[in-house]
Design a protein around this ligand. Structure first.
Ligand SMILES: [Zn+2]
Length: 262
């Protein structure tokens, strides 16, 4: 029997151990991977991981508040946003806002904007290329062009400007939702190859003018990347996290009891 993410969230909301046990075994590895990317200097910091898990577990967290009917990729995207909010980056020395990006990257297509945006999310061309289904060399070229265009719009500049402003730009983009912005499902349909051409064209047009959706789309591609090859924790590996979150050991289900004789 498949235990879906929807059922997990439902059980977590009801504070049932099944929900939290599944959350720990399946999503601690994803959270680790996310932290390794966004806080590489704190890679071995178990207190940071514990802090994130406790933030998700607390009654006021998004899991218990959201009214969406979550599928796994939506869920991981929420977890990623919670991590981003917890990892407060130092204020950039040379702040740039979305307005500057809009002016500088006006000639860019949707994919070119995404290639540039992934730099704000600290992904190298080698990582971003496969996510966008273009070559790393293409990403590199787009970024070089983006850098020159941005340079023409700011008073002081350096090559690392986008990455340094990543946290602030991500927050600005997330808050900039407009009436006609696309829902998560629209991006997942593209990822799953379910989007018909007219919709794809409409999306291209919208994203050329909307950083909120460029960011949203990039984050959904990131989620697919974060989930790829992720292996659940064993019961023994999960144990310290169950203790941390105060989750009772899982009861054995019927057939396991029969087979295991426990
Ligand atoms: Zn939008």
């Amino acid at each position: 029997m498949i235990y879906t993410c929807y059922e997990m969230v439902r059980d977590c909301r009801a504070d049932l151990p099944e929900g939290w046990t599944h959350f720990i075994s399946h999503y601690v590895p994803v959270i680790r991977k996310t932290l390794a990317h966004y806080a590489p200097q704190r890679a071995g910091d178990s207190a940071l991981l514990d802090h994130i898990l406790l933030a998700i577990r607390q009654p006021g967290s998004f899991i218990l508040q959201s009214t969406e009917q979550p599928e796994e990729r939506w869920f991981v995207a929420q977890v990623r946003q919670l991590i981003a909010a917890e990892l407060v980056a130092p204020a950039p020395e040379i702040p740039i806002g979305l307005e500057t990006l809009t002016a500088a990257l006006e000639p860019f297509t949707m994919t070119e904007k995404q290639a540039a945006w992934f730099e704000t999310m600290h992904y190298s061309p080698a990582e971003a290329g496969p996510m966008l289904r273009v070559s790393p060399e293409t990403v590199e070229k787009v970024r070089d062009r983006a850098a020159e265009l941005i340079r023409g719009k700011v008073d002081s500049w350096r090559r690392t400007l986008l990455a340094e402003n990543g946290g602030a730009l991500g927050r600005e983009a997330a808050a900039a939702a407009a009436q006609d912005c696309l829902p998560t499902k629209a991006f997942l349909d593209v990822v799953d190859g379910r989007t018909a051409w007219p919709n794809r064209e409409m999306m291209d047009r919208h994203l050329r003018a909307c950083w909120h959706c460029v960011d949203h789309f990039c984050r959904m591609l990131e989620v697919v990347h974060l989930l790829r090859g992720s292996q659940p924790l064993s019961e023994a590996e999960s144990q310290p996290f169950r203790a941390l979150l105060g989750v009772a050991a899982p009861r054995r289900t019927g057939w396991k009891r029969l087979i295991g004789g426990a």
